[in-house]
Write a protein that binds this ligand. Sequence first.
Ligand SMILES: C[S@@+](CC[C@H](N)C(=O)[O-])C[C@H]1O[C@@H](n2cnc3c(N)ncnc32)[C@H](O)[C@@H]1O
Length: 254
Amino acid sequence: MTVAAMVAEFDDVAGWTADAVEQLGIRYAIPAACRGSASPAALAWLAEACELSPGTRLLDVGAGAGGPAAWAAERFGVRPILLEPMQAAGRAASRLFGLPVLTADGTRIPLRTGSVDAGWCLGVLCTVEDKAALLSEIHRVLTPGASLGLLVVVAEGPQILRVPDGNHFPTQDELAELLEHTGFTLLEQTSRPESAPLSWSRRVEQVNAVIAARHRSAAAYALAARQGERLTRLFASDQVSMQLIHAVSCPISK
Ligand SMILES: C[S@@+](CC[C@H](N)C(=O)[O-])C[C@H]1O[C@@H](n2cnc3c(N)ncnc32)[C@H](O)[C@@H]1O
């Protein structure tokens, strides 16, 4: 990933987040380390849809600083494996949650074929150009019939406003076609459930305030902030929407 704004957003901010959580306390870790805009309600929908249970080997592809996987471990007793190409983000996840992190690209997952019980990929697809390669590789490592939980920002028509650098939002039809061609059956889909409660969003705000106080003058801070502002404007003007998807891995028909 060479887009400077994406490195700022996904790597620099992840490292700063771990530093800020160390100052504020560990109860800030999960909300602050959910960088794909997942709320507890969204995570619960995905976890229930995927029927996660104690001991499930859950691969989180594009895990970022590890908040969603840590939430699933805490609430559902899963055994997460995180995969994240950004080094500082992976280090943040290990520091905050002590979870195993594979530093790799999602199109080349260093795991055996059929070795994983369930997959999550939250807020990642729109940041990846070759979405089919990513989904095919996730399909390879999942056991047949395994669940895949996705959080996807979907284009609701042409984006007239500027999109965050490096982002390519699929339309709903493109997403459905991609899933089918990479060996997944889309079972269920919902728009973003309720937003996060104040107990969660206030912790995120406090972490963001510490990051701003320490890094406001950094070039990476301005780049990451611009990415966030562009995405917020796209949501506000209904040019994109957030979708939660439960799909299952099935044999690919040749
Ligand atoms: C919006 S963040 C979401 C992070 C995390 N899933 C969450 O919900 O908090 C997108 C993540 O996808 C990762 N990513 C981007 N391209 C990727 C790729 N080719 N393979 C795996 N992860 C990728 C980024 O490094 C970043 O951590």
